[in-house]
Design a protein around this ligand. Structure first.
Ligand SMILES: [Zn+2]
Length: 383
């Protein structure tokens, strides 16, 4: 079959919520060219400064000026650097750790406190969380499901409890990776944004009650705080990427100078870069599940950003994607076997149940064909 690809980047038409204009340019590229041309960044910066001047403590007052949700990733370190060093604020950081934290991720979280800020490290109920990881994998084909939720809800609980109205998020993923216009233009991250655009795949926390006997009470941190609480604190969450031009590679150089570590021995599984998604050992499985559903993986995401920022030509990107995208994630699967207690066969069967039969070749018995390296045989070619 032939998949239609964006004429500028290499996003495929199979990507959910992606739209093409008459020239065959995708909505993510259109949003990016807006970033380069029509957005008045000086005005946005001034809007941002108005916001923080409104929210930060008065001189002489003690307390936290804003809250930053953090993980062991690059963006967190950049957000902390930006608010602390560029704007001189005293942020409270809240870490909701990933499912299976890597050593690099752990060091990067430790490093954040060394940058001169307080970090609350939320050690979650392992049993409840693990049940949701396995259920998310089986039900919606995403073992990161409870993580997508917890990174949005847990920091907000602390913002409410500490009475910190301003929450600083990093990039707007919808802006960088393409999404409905409404989600791109939205500068606020609130409950509605999380539910619609937070990658929850239509599954709600209420739907997890009863899984392995989980009670609502045990799932407390995953329920978004009540509207009443949000209003009392006057909580507002903003994306830095809405106010400042977001360039991951330029930020990388800055955070490396502030102690951020990357994967020195080669790229992260599933892509060609060594600085994204390095805090989670099983990230390769998450990306692979996207690949079997839609025919593109994390390398495509990264290559598209590099094309838009003029760091790769379209042809170079095509070659990289052929080399890295959609390879069976052996390392992540081994880690997931240990974490879940499931066998490789069980895991593979579930992955197959999410694999798109139009995109991948099956044999006469309806089993997906694999090459010698265990990779799916594609029914399409990127061009
Ligand atoms: Zn595009």
């Amino acid at each position: 079959m032939t998949i239609r690809y964006c004429t500028k980047c290499i996003f495929p038409e199979t990507k959910p919520d992606l739209f093409f204009n008459e020239a065959g340019v995708c909505s993510a590229c259109q949003a990016a060219s807006q970033k380069n041309v029509s957005i008045d960044w000086a005005q946005r910066k001034s809007d941002f400064e108005k916001i923080i001047n409104h929210y930060k403590n008065k001189p002489g007052e003690i307390g936290y000026d804003c809250l930053i949700p953090v993980s062991g990733g690059k963006d967190s370190t950049y957000q902390v650097y930006f608010m602390k060093e560029v704007y001189g604020l005293n942020p409270l950081c809240v870490c909701f750790e990933t499912t299976n934290l890597s050593e690099i991720g752990k060091n990067n979280i430790d490093n954040i406190s060394k940058m001169g800020v307080d970090v609350i490290y939320f050690k979650k109920n392992y049993k409840a969380y693990r049940s949701m990881v396995i259920e998310g994998f089986k039900r919606v084909g995403d073992e990161m499901w409870p993580n997508h939720l917890g990174i949005f809800t847990v920091p907000i609980h602390f913002a409410v409890k500490f009475n910190i109205p301003l929450v600083i998020w990093g990039e707007n993923p919808q802006q960088e990776y393409g999404g409905p216009l409404e989600s791109v233009q939205n500068k606020h991250l609130n409950r509605r944004w999380m539910e619609e655009f937070g990658g929850l795949l239509g599954n709600r926390i209420q739907d997890m009650v009863g899984v392995d006997g989980l009670t609502e009470k045990e799932l407390t941190p995953y329920f978004y705080p009540s509207d009443e609480d949000i209003e009392r604190v006057g909580l507002t969450g903003i994306f830095l990427g809405h106010y400042f031009f977001w360039d991951a590679r330029a930020q990388l150089e800055i955070v490396k100078n502030h102690g951020f570590g990357v994967k020195e021995d080669g790229p992260v599984e599933g892509t060609y870069t060594n600085y994204e998604n390095l805090d989670e050992k099983m990230h390769g499985l998450h990306d692979y599940l996207k690949f079997v559903k839609y025919g593109f993986g994390r390398a495509t995401d990264h290559a598209c950003i590099d094309i838009r920022n003029n760091r790769l030509t379209r042809q170079e990107a095509v070659e990289l994607v052929k080399q890295y995208d959609g390879k069976y994630p052996h390392y992540a699967i081994q880690e997931f076997i240990k974490y879940s207690g499931m066998s490789k066969q069980e895991i593979d069967l579930i992955i197959d149940s999410f694999t798109n039969p139009v995109l991948f070749v099956q044999d006469e018995n309806g089993n997906f064909k694999r090459d010698n390296a265990g990779n799916l045989v594609k029914n399409f070619e990127i061009s």
